[in-house]
Design a protein around this ligand. Structure first.
Ligand code: ADP
Length: 423
């Protein structure tokens, strides 16, 4: 390198190349940083979107599962796309997504109805009564083992835009299945009650109006004896109407299920029973019957509604007398308190004709009587007495059972908390 000119040129070239390299390196580094930053930001964005989607899904799932009612969404062919937990439970936890309606709800009535509404595409809400409550179960043997059940099938087509923003797709279908068995049974009970009550009220009314016609049309008024007999019978039947109305009102109050409606005051059971025995003493004397009461401890204090307690115990004791009008029966009342669990047990036993075992399961039902046919002059019981007893005891948190060996011993056993004062 003797030539300084060449040396300078070479130095210059080297310096320029180095500068270019540095600039390139700097640019590449800057670009790399930029790309890295962009990638990181993309990754963050993606992560955020993913988290948001997951949260939305969770919310949606929570929302769907918050429904007590079973909800399924199907496509146009009836294939389930979405089902909530309640729907899964109804079908014994089987996976429902991707399944057809017919393989999900095995009851043909339900399937037929759902298929029909899906095909019609028109919003509908219909009550369906099934002979079992297990329409979603796989095991056909389990069906029909449970009493009938009632369901509301609520159907509506869903606008698909709301789901995926694409209107050209066939609509989805939303089906809600609501179990209304309890309401259905309550309605049935109400209907039966009204039918029975009208029948029970109509019978004495018909008798009274028949006798009234006799009094008006015939010459019976001229015979004081016949008139008195007719008027006495009419009075008995009008008393029966009044009794029926009173008892129906008591039942309706007890059935309202509002415990706050009951008084919650301390009272002495011995005094209540003594009052009942006094009230019944004319009947006891007339029938030559005897009543003995024993208490352990000597005085039993309860807290509750003494009116309903008296009504319940009166009905049981009066029944024993009423049902054995021809025989001088003995009634024993044994009441004791168990201090360990603060429960009172009251056994009311008579040695009368008793109740045949086939009738025992039904005697607490409203309007149920073992002997259904009575003569017109003999006024039968209302059939509401034991129903009131059961409601009154249950309203106080207790239970009552009846056992009977006809002709030997019939016992009504009440077990009930002694009660605590309401705050
Ligand atoms: P009723 O108004 O007819 O007395 P209840 O509901 O009080 O109605 O009683 C239902 C039925 O239970 C009665 O019709 C009667 O046949 C039967 N029964 C209740 N208590 C006795 C008893 N101590 N002995 C025999 N039968 C009874």
């Amino acid at each position: 390198m003797d030539n300084p000119g060449i040396t300078i040129v070479l130095l210059l070239i080297t310096a320029v190349s180095l500068t270019c390299c540095i600039i390139l390196w700097w640019r590449l580094t800057a670009q790399g940083k930029k790309a890295k930053a962009a990638h990181a930001s993309n990754k963050k964005e993606h992560k955020e979107i993913l988290t948001k989607t997951q949260a939305e899904r969770r919310e949606l799932k929570l929302l769907l599962n918050a429904f007590d009612d079973a909800l399924v969404i199907t496509n146009a062919s009836g294939i389930i796309q979405v089902a909530n937990e309640a729907a899964g439970k109804l079908c014994e936890g089987r996976k429902l997504r991707g399944k057809s309606i017919s393989s999900t709800f095995l009851d043909h009535q339900i399937c037929e109805h759902i298929t029909k509404v899906i095909n019609s595409g028109e919003t509908s809400k219909q009550k369906i009564i099934l002979s079992s409550s297990s329409f979603g179960k796989l095991n056909a043997n389990q069906r029909n083992t449970i009493e009938e059940s009632a369901w509301i099938i609520d159907y509506a087509p869903l606008p698909t835009t709301a789901i995926n923003g694409n209107t050209t797709e066939p609509p989805l279908h939303r089906i809600i299945l609501r179990n209304v068995t309890t309401e259905h049974r309550t309605d049935q009970v109400k209907r039966e009650f009204v039918a029975n009550a009208s029948h029970e009220l109509r019978t004495p009314l018909a008798i009274i109006s028949g006798y009234l016609e006799n009094l008006i049309d015939d010459d019976v008024l001229e015979s004081p004896d016949v008139s008195r007999r007719i008027l006495t019978t009419m009075r008995k039947h009008s008393e029966r109407i009044a009794l029926l109305i009173d008892e129906m009102l008591i039942i309706s109050k007890l059935e309202s299920g509002d415990a706050a409606q009951l008084n919650n005051e301390p009272f002495v059971l011995n005094e209540t029973i003594t009052t009942i025995i006094d009230r019944l003493s004319p009947l006891v004397q007339k029938q030559d019957a005897t009543i003995a009461a024993s208490y352990s401890p000597d005085q039993i204090r309860l807290i509750g509604d003494s009116f309903y307690w008296e009504q319940a115990l009166f009905n049981i004791i009066e029944n024993a007398l009423k049902q054995n009008a021809q025989s001088p029966i003995h009634i024993s009342i044994n009441a004791s308190v168990c201090s360990e669990n603060n429960q009172v047990t009251i056994d009311i036993t008579d040695n009368g004709k008793g109740i045949p075992s086939a009738h025992i399961p039904y005697i607490f039902n409203r309007f149920y009587r073992v002997q259904k046919h009575h003569s017109q002059n003999e006024v039968k019981g209302t059939g509401l007495g034991l129903s009131i007893v059961k409601h009154a005891i249950e309203s106080h948190g207790g239970t009552i059972i009846a056992t009977s060996r006809p002709g030997i011993e019939t016992t009504f056993k009440i077990i009930c908390p002694i009660g605590t004062e309401r705050k």
